[in-house]
Ligand binder design. Sequence first.
Ligand code: ADP
Ligand code: MG
Length: 289
Amino acid sequence: MSDRPADLEPAIRGSSVPSVGLSRGSAARSAPLIAISAHDVCKSYGQVTVLNGVSLSACKGEVISIIGASGSGKSTFLRCLNLLEVPDRGEITVGVERVKIGAGGARPGGIDKKCVERLRRRLAMVFQSFNLWHHRTVLGNVIEAPIHVHGRPRDEAIEEARALLAKVGLSHRIDAYPGELSGGEQQRAAIARALAVNPDVILMDEPTSALDPELVGEVLGVIRDLAAEGRTMIIVTHEMAFARDVSTRTVFLHRGAVEEEGEPASLFTAPRSARLGQFLASFRSGRFT
Ligand code: ADP
Ligand code: MG
């Protein structure tokens, strides 16, 4: 964490992971609020089955990490959650928005576009390769969706963007273009952009995989802060120590199916599945690429 910008430090000290999915003050009585759920999601490309009935749900405030070997379907699953990829079958629910495909629901090609739009507005995605707009400044990237998708007044969007960029330690880079930033700065800008639409759930697909090793810490630090704030997140990652520390639950995907899931404390130290055991051993021995 030594490479973390100084202005991120105060928020990190004393941070802790929120209690799992329980609303404050009424934990014992109220049912956890489900922020996002996927039920029986299936996806094939031609003859290749990539997702074979994946179900997962996250309560409000939960941080779910998804781990698994390359090609196990992690990215496809995240893309199905925001319907960037349309499942062949399954049900996705985000807040009150639900899309059901196959078995009594819509055909994959026939989903109501308005419904998809409403569902997507509740989500934000952070990509491995940042996906910033290169012809816009950092500020321009952050205010784009609030103004043009969510109809926010420009002044208000700018004010909020400044606060979000301060939060991710980028106040000094507000007028820079993505090409002038380090990978860590670009990813922190992408996280500010995700936060700017005030999403119910943030999806992250290997947010640190494209970074030089010395820049990983600053991005993980920002994500840790979001977890400590109680943001609901689903994070695909190969950073095992980070996943263990920051998640409320971890899901191990193997060949398009949930092979094991549970609290990180037990899943990482005493895996029940032999495949998960092998996967974790491959990390420990440095064999994983
Ligand atoms: P992961 O993120 O776990 O590495 P992916 O979800 O990217 O895995 O991919 C899972 C499998 O699906 C891989 O075998 C990949 O080649 C295949 N796949 C992903 N997207 C497509 C696509 N658009 N067309 C064909 N095959 C795909
Ligand atoms: Mg992937």
